[in-house]
Design a protein around this ligand. Structure first.
Ligand code: F6R
Length: 369
Protein backbone atom coordinates (compact mmCIF):
# COMPACT_ATOMS: atom_id res chain seq x y z
CA UNK A 1 0.00 0.00 0.00
CA UNK A 2 3.06 2.24 0.07
CA UNK A 3 2.91 2.19 -3.72
CA UNK A 4 6.54 1.21 -4.15
CA UNK A 5 7.89 3.79 -1.71
CA UNK A 6 9.86 2.87 1.41
CA UNK A 7 7.68 5.07 3.60
CA UNK A 8 4.20 6.48 3.53
CA UNK A 9 5.76 9.89 3.99
CA UNK A 10 7.64 9.61 0.69
CA UNK A 11 4.48 8.46 -1.04
CA UNK A 12 2.50 11.34 0.44
CA UNK A 13 5.15 13.88 -0.54
CA UNK A 14 5.00 12.53 -4.09
CA UNK A 15 1.20 12.72 -4.12
CA UNK A 16 1.19 16.47 -3.49
CA UNK A 17 0.63 17.68 -7.06
CA UNK A 18 -2.47 15.49 -7.29
CA UNK A 19 -3.65 16.42 -3.81
CA UNK A 20 -3.38 20.11 -4.64
CA UNK A 21 -5.21 19.64 -7.94
CA UNK A 22 -7.94 17.58 -6.24
CA UNK A 23 -8.51 20.28 -3.65
CA UNK A 24 -9.07 22.82 -6.44
CA UNK A 25 -11.26 20.49 -8.49
CA UNK A 26 -14.77 21.77 -9.13
CA UNK A 27 -14.19 24.87 -7.05
CA UNK A 28 -13.19 27.19 -9.87
CA UNK A 29 -15.82 27.64 -12.56
CA UNK A 30 -15.28 28.15 -16.29
CA UNK A 31 -15.27 31.94 -15.99
CA UNK A 32 -12.43 31.83 -13.45
CA UNK A 33 -14.48 32.64 -10.37
CA UNK A 34 -14.92 30.52 -7.29
CA UNK A 35 -17.95 28.37 -6.67
CA UNK A 36 -17.91 27.35 -3.06
CA UNK A 37 -21.57 26.56 -2.43
CA UNK A 38 -20.41 23.92 0.01
CA UNK A 39 -19.49 26.75 2.38
CA UNK A 40 -22.97 26.83 3.84
CA UNK A 41 -22.61 30.17 5.51
CA UNK A 42 -24.92 32.61 3.67
CA UNK A 43 -23.17 35.22 1.54
CA UNK A 44 -25.12 37.86 3.46
CA UNK A 45 -23.42 36.70 6.65
CA UNK A 46 -19.97 36.56 5.01
CA UNK A 47 -20.41 40.14 3.81
CA UNK A 48 -20.93 41.27 7.40
CA UNK A 49 -17.88 39.50 8.83
CA UNK A 50 -15.63 42.06 10.48
CA UNK A 51 -12.95 39.77 11.86
CA UNK A 52 -11.51 36.37 11.00
CA UNK A 53 -9.85 34.23 13.65
CA UNK A 54 -7.98 31.09 12.63
CA UNK A 55 -7.35 28.33 15.16
CA UNK A 56 -5.19 25.26 14.59
CA UNK A 57 -2.24 23.27 15.94
CA UNK A 58 1.18 22.28 14.65
CA UNK A 59 1.48 22.14 10.90
CA UNK A 60 -2.13 23.28 10.45
CA UNK A 61 -1.26 26.36 12.52
CA UNK A 62 1.52 27.17 10.07
CA UNK A 63 -1.05 26.98 7.25
CA UNK A 64 -3.17 29.37 9.32
CA UNK A 65 -0.31 31.86 9.66
CA UNK A 66 -0.02 31.98 5.87
CA UNK A 67 -3.81 32.22 5.53
CA UNK A 68 -3.81 35.33 7.71
CA UNK A 69 -1.55 37.13 5.25
CA UNK A 70 -3.70 36.07 2.29
CA UNK A 71 -7.00 36.96 3.96
CA UNK A 72 -5.85 40.39 5.09
CA UNK A 73 -4.29 41.19 1.72
CA UNK A 74 -7.17 40.05 -0.47
CA UNK A 75 -10.11 41.01 1.73
CA UNK A 76 -8.83 43.75 4.07
CA UNK A 77 -10.69 42.00 6.90
CA UNK A 78 -8.56 41.92 10.07
CA UNK A 79 -7.46 38.35 10.71
CA UNK A 80 -5.56 36.73 13.53
CA UNK A 81 -4.19 33.22 13.75
CA UNK A 82 -3.90 31.58 17.12
CA UNK A 83 -2.72 28.28 18.52
CA UNK A 84 -5.91 26.41 19.35
CA UNK A 85 -4.45 25.29 22.67
CA UNK A 86 -4.03 28.92 23.79
CA UNK A 87 -7.20 30.33 22.35
CA UNK A 88 -10.00 29.81 24.83
CA UNK A 89 -7.83 30.42 27.86
CA UNK A 90 -7.35 34.09 27.09
CA UNK A 91 -11.02 35.07 26.86
CA UNK A 92 -10.91 36.01 23.15
CA UNK A 93 -13.23 38.69 21.77
CA UNK A 94 -15.78 37.01 19.54
CA UNK A 95 -19.29 37.80 18.34
CA UNK A 96 -21.76 37.09 15.51
CA UNK A 97 -19.63 39.01 13.04
CA UNK A 98 -16.53 36.92 13.74
CA UNK A 99 -15.69 34.11 11.33
CA UNK A 100 -13.60 31.44 13.01
CA UNK A 101 -11.70 29.11 10.70
CA UNK A 102 -10.60 25.84 12.31
CA UNK A 103 -7.95 23.96 10.34
CA UNK A 104 -7.38 20.27 11.05
CA UNK A 105 -6.24 17.32 8.97
CA UNK A 106 -7.70 14.68 11.26
CA UNK A 107 -10.76 16.61 12.38
CA UNK A 108 -10.24 15.09 15.83
CA UNK A 109 -7.63 17.35 17.44
CA UNK A 110 -9.00 18.10 20.90
CA UNK A 111 -7.36 21.52 21.26
CA UNK A 112 -8.91 22.68 17.99
CA UNK A 113 -12.28 21.17 18.87
CA UNK A 114 -12.37 22.92 22.24
CA UNK A 115 -11.43 26.22 20.58
CA UNK A 116 -14.27 25.99 18.06
CA UNK A 117 -16.78 24.98 20.73
CA UNK A 118 -15.78 28.06 22.68
CA UNK A 119 -16.14 30.23 19.56
CA UNK A 120 -19.62 28.94 18.81
CA UNK A 121 -20.73 29.49 22.39
CA UNK A 122 -19.80 33.15 21.89
CA UNK A 123 -21.96 33.33 18.75
CA UNK A 124 -19.17 33.22 16.14
CA UNK A 125 -19.64 31.28 12.89
CA UNK A 126 -17.16 28.45 12.44
CA UNK A 127 -15.83 27.21 9.12
CA UNK A 128 -13.74 24.03 9.28
CA UNK A 129 -10.97 23.20 6.82
CA UNK A 130 -10.56 19.47 7.23
CA UNK A 131 -9.25 16.39 5.45
CA UNK A 132 -11.34 13.71 7.14
CA UNK A 133 -14.95 13.32 6.07
CA UNK A 134 -17.46 13.15 8.84
CA UNK A 135 -14.93 13.73 11.62
CA UNK A 136 -15.82 15.64 14.77
CA UNK A 137 -14.53 19.11 13.87
CA UNK A 138 -16.57 19.47 10.66
CA UNK A 139 -19.61 17.95 12.35
CA UNK A 140 -19.49 20.60 15.04
CA UNK A 141 -18.84 23.50 12.65
CA UNK A 142 -21.32 25.68 10.75
CA UNK A 143 -19.67 24.78 7.47
CA UNK A 144 -16.76 22.80 6.10
CA UNK A 145 -14.41 23.04 3.19
CA UNK A 146 -12.82 19.63 2.75
CA UNK A 147 -9.26 19.29 1.60
CA UNK A 148 -8.99 16.40 -0.81
CA UNK A 149 -5.53 15.17 0.12
CA UNK A 150 -6.70 11.59 0.54
CA UNK A 151 -5.78 9.61 3.65
CA UNK A 152 -2.53 10.78 5.26
CA UNK A 153 -0.88 7.87 7.05
CA UNK A 154 2.58 9.17 7.98
CA UNK A 155 2.45 10.97 11.30
CA UNK A 156 4.29 13.99 9.90
CA UNK A 157 1.91 16.06 7.84
CA UNK A 158 2.90 16.83 4.23
CA UNK A 159 0.18 16.65 1.59
CA UNK A 160 -2.43 17.69 4.13
CA UNK A 161 -0.45 20.90 4.69
CA UNK A 162 -0.31 21.82 1.01
CA UNK A 163 -4.03 21.19 0.61
CA UNK A 164 -4.78 23.19 3.76
CA UNK A 165 -2.95 26.07 2.13
CA UNK A 166 -4.99 25.68 -1.05
CA UNK A 167 -8.22 25.61 0.95
CA UNK A 168 -7.11 28.70 2.88
CA UNK A 169 -6.38 30.57 -0.36
CA UNK A 170 -9.81 29.54 -1.66
CA UNK A 171 -11.48 30.87 1.49
CA UNK A 172 -9.52 34.12 1.28
CA UNK A 173 -10.29 34.58 -2.41
CA UNK A 174 -13.94 33.65 -1.88
CA UNK A 175 -14.29 36.22 0.89
CA UNK A 176 -12.71 38.75 -1.45
CA UNK A 177 -15.10 37.72 -4.22
CA UNK A 178 -18.31 37.94 -2.17
CA UNK A 179 -17.26 41.24 -0.68
CA UNK A 180 -16.05 42.72 -3.98
CA UNK A 181 -12.78 44.08 -2.68
CA UNK A 182 -10.61 46.41 -4.69
CA UNK A 183 -8.23 43.53 -5.38
CA UNK A 184 -10.70 42.07 -7.89
CA UNK A 185 -8.19 41.90 -10.75
CA UNK A 186 -5.49 40.43 -8.59
CA UNK A 187 -7.94 37.81 -7.31
CA UNK A 188 -8.67 36.67 -10.86
CA UNK A 189 -4.98 36.47 -11.66
CA UNK A 190 -4.27 34.47 -8.51
CA UNK A 191 -7.07 32.02 -9.31
CA UNK A 192 -5.39 31.43 -12.68
CA UNK A 193 -2.01 30.95 -11.00
CA UNK A 194 -3.49 28.50 -8.52
CA UNK A 195 -4.66 26.37 -11.41
CA UNK A 196 -1.02 25.99 -12.51
CA UNK A 197 0.41 25.32 -9.08
CA UNK A 198 0.20 21.51 -9.18
CA UNK A 199 2.61 21.55 -12.12
CA UNK A 200 4.97 23.81 -10.15
CA UNK A 201 4.94 21.38 -7.20
CA UNK A 202 5.72 18.59 -9.64
CA UNK A 203 8.70 20.54 -10.97
CA UNK A 204 10.05 20.90 -7.43
CA UNK A 205 9.67 17.18 -6.78
CA UNK A 206 11.67 16.37 -9.89
CA UNK A 207 14.69 18.33 -8.68
CA UNK A 208 15.03 16.96 -5.14
CA UNK A 209 18.09 14.70 -5.49
CA UNK A 210 20.60 17.41 -4.47
CA UNK A 211 18.42 18.17 -1.42
CA UNK A 212 18.54 14.52 -0.38
CA UNK A 213 22.31 14.48 -0.85
CA UNK A 214 22.66 17.63 1.23
CA UNK A 215 20.48 16.16 3.98
CA UNK A 216 22.62 13.03 4.17
CA UNK A 217 25.75 15.16 4.50
CA UNK A 218 24.26 16.91 7.55
CA UNK A 219 23.24 13.76 9.42
CA UNK A 220 25.72 14.32 12.25
CA UNK A 221 24.77 17.95 12.93
CA UNK A 222 23.01 18.93 16.17
CA UNK A 223 21.20 22.06 15.08
CA UNK A 224 19.66 23.54 11.96
CA UNK A 225 18.15 27.03 11.84
CA UNK A 226 15.48 28.22 9.41
CA UNK A 227 14.86 31.83 8.41
CA UNK A 228 12.07 33.44 6.44
CA UNK A 229 9.96 36.56 6.22
CA UNK A 230 6.31 37.22 5.42
CA UNK A 231 4.90 33.91 4.08
CA UNK A 232 8.43 32.49 4.30
CA UNK A 233 8.38 32.76 8.08
CA UNK A 234 5.68 30.10 8.62
CA UNK A 235 7.49 28.02 5.99
CA UNK A 236 10.65 28.31 8.12
CA UNK A 237 8.67 27.23 11.19
CA UNK A 238 7.25 24.29 9.27
CA UNK A 239 10.73 23.25 8.09
CA UNK A 240 11.95 23.34 11.69
CA UNK A 241 8.93 21.39 12.97
CA UNK A 242 9.44 18.66 10.37
CA UNK A 243 13.08 18.35 11.35
CA UNK A 244 12.30 18.14 15.07
CA UNK A 245 9.63 15.52 14.74
CA UNK A 246 11.40 13.35 12.17
CA UNK A 247 15.15 13.81 12.67
CA UNK A 248 14.93 14.58 16.44
CA UNK A 249 17.30 17.47 15.83
CA UNK A 250 17.27 20.86 17.43
CA UNK A 251 15.69 23.05 14.81
CA UNK A 252 14.32 26.56 15.09
CA UNK A 253 12.55 28.87 12.70
CA UNK A 254 12.95 32.62 12.95
CA UNK A 255 11.54 35.65 11.22
CA UNK A 256 14.70 36.87 9.48
CA UNK A 257 14.18 40.44 10.70
CA UNK A 258 14.48 39.17 14.27
CA UNK A 259 17.97 37.82 13.68
CA UNK A 260 19.64 41.01 14.87
CA UNK A 261 17.45 41.05 17.99
CA UNK A 262 19.04 37.94 19.42
CA UNK A 263 19.27 34.77 17.35
CA UNK A 264 22.32 35.97 15.40
CA UNK A 265 24.33 35.14 18.52
CA UNK A 266 23.71 31.47 17.69
CA UNK A 267 25.49 31.68 14.35
CA UNK A 268 28.84 29.89 14.37
CA UNK A 269 31.13 28.20 11.92
CA UNK A 270 29.45 25.50 9.81
CA UNK A 271 26.02 25.88 11.39
CA UNK A 272 23.49 24.96 8.70
CA UNK A 273 20.98 27.77 8.15
CA UNK A 274 18.14 27.35 5.70
CA UNK A 275 16.82 30.62 4.28
CA UNK A 276 13.52 30.92 2.42
CA UNK A 277 13.90 33.88 0.05
CA UNK A 278 10.83 35.85 -1.06
CA UNK A 279 10.31 36.51 -4.74
CA UNK A 280 12.35 39.49 -5.98
CA UNK A 281 9.41 40.42 -8.22
CA UNK A 282 6.92 40.63 -5.38
CA UNK A 283 7.96 42.42 -2.22
CA UNK A 284 11.39 43.40 -3.48
CA UNK A 285 12.28 45.29 -0.30
CA UNK A 286 11.88 42.09 1.70
CA UNK A 287 13.89 40.20 -0.85
CA UNK A 288 16.80 42.63 -0.56
CA UNK A 289 16.68 42.57 3.23
CA UNK A 290 16.85 38.81 3.32
CA UNK A 291 19.78 38.79 0.91
CA UNK A 292 21.62 41.02 3.44
CA UNK A 293 20.69 38.54 6.19
CA UNK A 294 22.22 35.72 4.17
CA UNK A 295 25.38 37.81 3.71
CA UNK A 296 25.55 38.54 7.44
CA UNK A 297 25.22 34.96 8.60
CA UNK A 298 27.62 33.70 5.98
CA UNK A 299 30.19 36.28 7.06
CA UNK A 300 29.93 34.65 10.52
CA UNK A 301 30.68 31.23 9.09
CA UNK A 302 27.19 29.74 8.71
CA UNK A 303 26.63 27.21 5.96
CA UNK A 304 23.82 28.82 3.98
CA UNK A 305 21.15 26.68 2.35
CA UNK A 306 19.13 29.04 0.22
CA UNK A 307 15.69 28.36 -1.22
CA UNK A 308 15.12 30.92 -3.94
CA UNK A 309 13.01 31.47 -6.99
CA UNK A 310 14.29 30.46 -10.42
CA UNK A 311 16.10 33.44 -11.94
CA UNK A 312 16.92 35.13 -8.62
CA UNK A 313 20.62 35.80 -9.22
CA UNK A 314 21.18 38.10 -6.23
CA UNK A 315 21.42 35.15 -3.84
CA UNK A 316 23.98 33.19 -5.85
CA UNK A 317 27.19 34.65 -4.34
CA UNK A 318 26.05 33.91 -0.77
CA UNK A 319 24.51 30.48 -1.13
CA UNK A 320 26.61 27.47 -0.13
CA UNK A 321 23.72 25.36 -1.35
CA UNK A 322 21.05 26.73 -3.65
CA UNK A 323 17.65 25.10 -3.98
CA UNK A 324 15.61 26.49 -6.84
CA UNK A 325 11.81 26.74 -6.82
CA UNK A 326 9.53 27.92 -9.63
CA UNK A 327 8.40 31.54 -9.66
CA UNK A 328 4.94 32.01 -8.12
CA UNK A 329 2.98 34.98 -6.81
CA UNK A 330 4.36 35.91 -3.39
CA UNK A 331 1.44 34.62 -1.34
CA UNK A 332 1.46 31.24 -3.09
CA UNK A 333 5.18 30.60 -2.63
CA UNK A 334 4.73 28.33 0.43
CA UNK A 335 3.17 25.69 -1.84
CA UNK A 336 6.51 25.23 -3.57
CA UNK A 337 8.95 26.39 -0.86
CA UNK A 338 7.78 23.85 1.74
CA UNK A 339 8.35 20.78 -0.43
CA UNK A 340 12.19 20.80 -0.28
CA UNK A 341 11.96 21.14 3.51
CA UNK A 342 9.76 18.04 3.74
CA UNK A 343 12.20 16.07 1.60
CA UNK A 344 15.13 17.42 3.63
CA UNK A 345 13.61 16.32 6.95
CA UNK A 346 12.54 12.92 5.63
CA UNK A 347 16.00 12.19 4.25
CA UNK A 348 17.75 13.36 7.42
CA UNK A 349 15.50 11.13 9.50
CA UNK A 350 16.35 8.18 7.28
CA UNK A 351 20.07 8.95 7.43
CA UNK A 352 19.87 9.07 11.22
CA UNK A 353 18.14 5.71 11.32
CA UNK A 354 14.83 7.04 12.60
CA UNK A 355 11.41 5.60 11.99
CA UNK A 356 10.05 8.02 9.37
CA UNK A 357 6.35 7.19 9.44
CA UNK A 358 6.07 6.72 13.19
CA UNK A 359 8.34 9.22 14.98
CA UNK A 360 8.85 8.57 18.66
CA UNK A 361 6.36 10.02 21.15
CA UNK A 362 3.95 11.23 18.45
CA UNK A 363 0.46 10.18 17.40
CA UNK A 364 -1.34 10.97 14.16
CA UNK A 365 -4.27 12.58 15.87
CA UNK A 366 -4.02 14.16 19.26
CA UNK A 367 -7.34 13.57 20.96
CA UNK A 368 -6.36 14.87 24.38
CA UNK A 369 -6.02 18.49 25.42
C1 F6R B 1 3.15 17.86 12.17
C2 F6R B 1 1.84 17.33 12.56
C3 F6R B 1 1.10 17.96 13.68
C4 F6R B 1 -0.34 18.25 13.28
C5 F6R B 1 -1.16 18.79 14.46
C6 F6R B 1 -2.58 19.11 14.07
O1 F6R B 1 3.69 17.18 11.10
O2 F6R B 1 1.37 16.41 11.94
O3 F6R B 1 1.74 19.14 14.10
O4 F6R B 1 -0.32 19.15 12.23
O5 F6R B 1 -1.17 17.84 15.49
O6 F6R B 1 -3.26 17.99 13.60
P1 F6R B 1 -4.61 18.11 12.82
O7 F6R B 1 -4.34 18.84 11.54
O8 F6R B 1 -5.08 16.71 12.59
O9 F6R B 1 -5.56 18.89 13.68
Amino acid sequence: EKGGYDYFMLKEIAEQPKAVADTLLGRIDGSGSLSLDEVRIPVSVLREVDKVVIVACGTAYHAGMIAKLAIEHWTRIPCETELASEFRYRDPILDQRTLVVAISQSGETMDTLMALRHAREQGAKVLAICNTNGSTIPRESDAVLYTHAGPEVAVASTKAFLTQLVACYLVALYLGQVRGTKWGDEIEAVIRELSDIAAAVDTVLETMEPVRELARSLADKDTVLFLGRHVGYPVALEGALKLKELAYMHAEGFAAGELKHGPIALIEKDLPVVVVVPSPRGRSVLHDKIVSNIQEIRARGARTIVIAEEGDEAVVPYADHLIRIPATPTLLQPLVATVPLQVFACELATARGNEVDQPRNLAKSVTVE
